[in-house]
Write a protein that binds this ligand. Structure first.
Ligand code: DQA
Length: 137
């Protein structure tokens, strides 16, 4: 089983960025432990701060992989183009967030992409990604 994790803008700073909200663990470290815990799953990780690169990655894996776990960061709330890309591909996408977006500012309560996703997991820290992974197993 091939699963792609895609992280959007500012998520390269996990561990350093607002640790009170996003925790103090870097994503690379978490990703290594996730791969060790699920050795039978082929897990891939891509991060970009650039909207078009996120869309290119969705296109690249979206007709071949079994699942995509996507934290589009702030683009979640603004990007028609990412929502359209998710609608265009075949691979199901689970939207994830580290923080509980519904407990935060109102502009974070709306997701442009949610209606094109298989489901949403929000608020469980980095465990949100593991919970999303379990939804594909
Ligand atoms: C986030 C929530 C978004 O509102 C924010 O813009 C992010 C991170 C999260 O994982 O909690 O960059 O997607």
């Amino acid at each position: 089983m091939k699963i792609q994790i895609i992280n959007g803008p500012n998520l390269n700073l996990l561990g350093k960025r607002e640790p009170g909200i996003y925790g103090s663990e870097g994503f690379e470290n978490f990703f290594t432990s996730l791969k060790q815990k699920y050795p039978k799953v082929e897990l891939f990780y891509f991060q970009s701060n650039v909207e078009g690169e996120l869309i290119n990655q969705l296109h690249d894996v979206g007709f071949e992989f079994d699942g995509i776990i996507m934290n589009a960061g702030a683009y979640t709330h603004t990007s028609v183009a990412i929502a359209d890309a998710i609608a265009a591909i075949k691979t199901p996408v689970v939207e994830v967030h580290i923080s509980n977006v519904y407990a935060r500012e109102e502009y974070r309560h709306h997701s442009m992409m949610a209606k094109n996703c298989k489901g949403i997991i929000t608020g469980f820290g980095l465990r949100s990604y593991e919970l999303a992974l379990l939804s594909f197993l």
